[in-house]
Unconditional design. Sequence first.
Length: 148
Amino acid sequence: MLKFSRNVLVGVERRSDIIFRAHGFQEDNFHTLSVEVEVKLPAFKICSIDGEFKRATYNECRMAVPKLQNAVGLCIKEKDFSARIKRVVGREGCRYFAGLLLNCCDAIQMEATYGEWRELRKKVTRDEFQKKLRGSMKNRCFAYSREN
């Protein structure tokens, strides 16, 4: 018998040539929350973020929403980005918001990287793209890590 269920949904849209927006939604037996984050290229910095707790275990959980602003200005490509989000959003606010925000930022990076391939595939060879991809994903993905 199923005792616990969690669903996470993240969508990404390109708002302009330099702005990506991700909307994340998470629902489980105890929480329902959403995050909307915008990232500006080419620096990949978070330029705006908003969130909402629609259903929470405790009323105090809603007090974590303003802590999302701690992420504004951070670069999603930094090596310690995940640890910083877990600290400034998770520990200071809510770990569920931190996890959902990380999912949103990963989705933005995937769309920025692979979405670019859709445009570039007519202009560059697969090998040229793979070389570029390895550089941007180095130490962020096991498949593109130094060991492989």
